[in-house]
Write a protein of this length. Structure first.
Length: 454
């Protein structure tokens, strides 16, 4: 005679795996460790930076394991998928029992018992029917509906409240799932990048950061830099810098904001942070013989060809201090002729120094030209994470501070027997029952061994 097999069906084994609390805890820990790795290790940086930080061999292994792009790695996505499945399975595993206890069959479930969640009061009285009516009146004040079972043998009262407390753990589960989904959405569709906008111009392209450098990505709107302000110390060193930005949708201004470091501009799920700036000299070059002019906006050591004047212009130095602007400029013709020009804060001295020169150079503006540097962060899952966090906090609060409470009252012997059951905090429920009995004008009765809280 063969022994019965202990093997279970494969689907049963899979189900037991996912409803295991240990499995869920392990997945939560792995998710946390993966997120920490993705936070501590710079993501999608240039390859040479990883080699410099970790060495060639370690950097190669970390790259193969996906630690330089954690949130898009296969193993991180697998952890999130298994975690969501485990949370959903744990929720479904107890859902039918909770629905029966809280919604469909609360009245038929036993209220009596000996656990710490069960409370019994034997209330002595000479007139049980009158006592039951008094208790019913007081119960109706605290409970929405009081059910009366009026049979020939006896009268029974039943009531319950806060049945929703059974389902608050699902709010926690749902919040956690939404947070995970928010993280997935941010990982798949979010990015970090940079954006440079010259003063007075608009841009609708951001350069996303990746391992090979930066890749252009179009924005669904444009940003215009209306004005850039640079505040300096007395020494001339930068003190603070501010950008006045306008959001353009279809060419129409829809939003404006003055941003500085740690005060970003938020447009939908895009966040623009002030991160840097480029200070440039706006130069006006004039050919004395013909009166022709051309403008160039340059930063130090930048060289540009001016087709209108058929010459190259290079900004050798540029300085801004409390006295004003000064610069050194080199002009070069294709035939090899070169002219050196020095610009001083004193405009009259500039005119004197260039009086006999074939080409003259002046500052086109009374202040430097600026290009603002913005760090762009797109986080489309942020709202999901906020909603999930709110649900988790709300669910945890209601889970610990609400309790399904059930009461059943019936005549018995020389009095009335009141039985109660609560989901948690039986001490408070015991005090609530005693207060209800006193309001009904009855003695609180004999707690005895039947009250497990005594």
């Amino acid at each position: 005679m063969s022994k019965p097999s202990n093997a279970t069906h494969p689907t049963e084994r899979v189900w037991r795996f996912f409803v295991s609390i240990k499995v869920t805890i392990v997945l939560l820990v792995l998710w946390g460790l993966g997120s920490v790795a993705g936070t501590l290790i710079p993501q999608n940086a240039e390859a040479w930076r990883y080699v410099q930080a970790y060495g060639p061999e370690t950097a190669n292994w970390l790259s193969k394991l996906g630690f330089f792009d954690v949130y898009h790695s296969t193993w991180y996505s697998l952890i999130l998928l298994l975690l969501i499945l485990a949370i959903v399975a744990c929720s479904l595993n107890t859902l039918s029992a909770k629905i029966a206890l809280a919604v469909t069959q609360p009245k038929t479930r036993r209220v009596s018992g000996t656990s710490k969640h069960h409370i019994t009061r034997d209330i002595p009285c000479d007139d049980p029917p009158t006592a039951l009516q008094a208790l019913k009146r007081e119960m109706e004040k605290d409970y929405k509906n009081v059910h009366v079972d009026d049979s020939p043998q006896e009268v029974r009262l039943y009531a319950h409240k806060q049945a929703f407390a059974h389902f608050m753990v699902y709010a926690v589960h749902l919040g956690l799932v939404i947070i995970v989904l928010g993280g997935v959405i941010s990982a798949l569709f979010g990015f970090e990048g940079v954006m440079e906008i010259p003063e007075g111009e608009s841009r609708d392209v951001v350069f996303k950061r990746n391992e090979s450098g930066h890749a252009p990505a179009a924005l669904p709107f444009a940003l215009r830099l209306d004005r850039f302000e640079l505040q300096r110390f007395d020494t001339g060193a930068p003190k603070d810098y501010v950008s006045e930005l306008t959001v353009l949708d279809g060419g129409q201004a829809v939003k404006s904001k003055r941003i500085e470091v740690n005060t970003p501009l938020n447009v939908g799920d895009y966040n623009f942070y002030q991160s840097s700036y480029i200070e440039q000299a706006a130069l006006l070059v004039t050919e004395r013989a013909t009166g022709r002019t051309a403008q160039a906006v340059l930063q130090p050591f930048e060289r540009r060809f001016l087709a209108d004047l058929d010459l190259w212009v290079r900004l050798d130095t540029f300085r801004v201090d409390s006295q004003g602007m000064s610069a050194a400029v080199t002009l070069a013709r294709p035939d090899g002729s070169v002219q050196q020009v020095t610009l001083l804060p004193d405009l009259e001295k500039n005119r004197v120094l260039q009086a006999d020169q074939p080409l003259t150079v002046a500052f086109a503006k009374d202040r430097p030209a600026y290009t603002t540097g913005l760090m762009v962060v797109r986080d489309p899952g942020a709202l999901w994470i906020w909603v999930g966090s709110f649900l988790m906090v709300l669910g945890l609060y209601l889970t610990f501070y609400t309790s399904h409470r059930r009461l059943a009252v019936q005549s018995g012997g020389a009095g009335v027997i009141l039985r109660g059951w609560c989901q948690r905090n039986p001490q408070a429920f015991s005090r609530e029952i005693d207060a209800l009995i006193r309001r009904a004008g009855l003695p609180t009765g004999d707690h005895g061994a039947k009250d497990s809280n005594a």
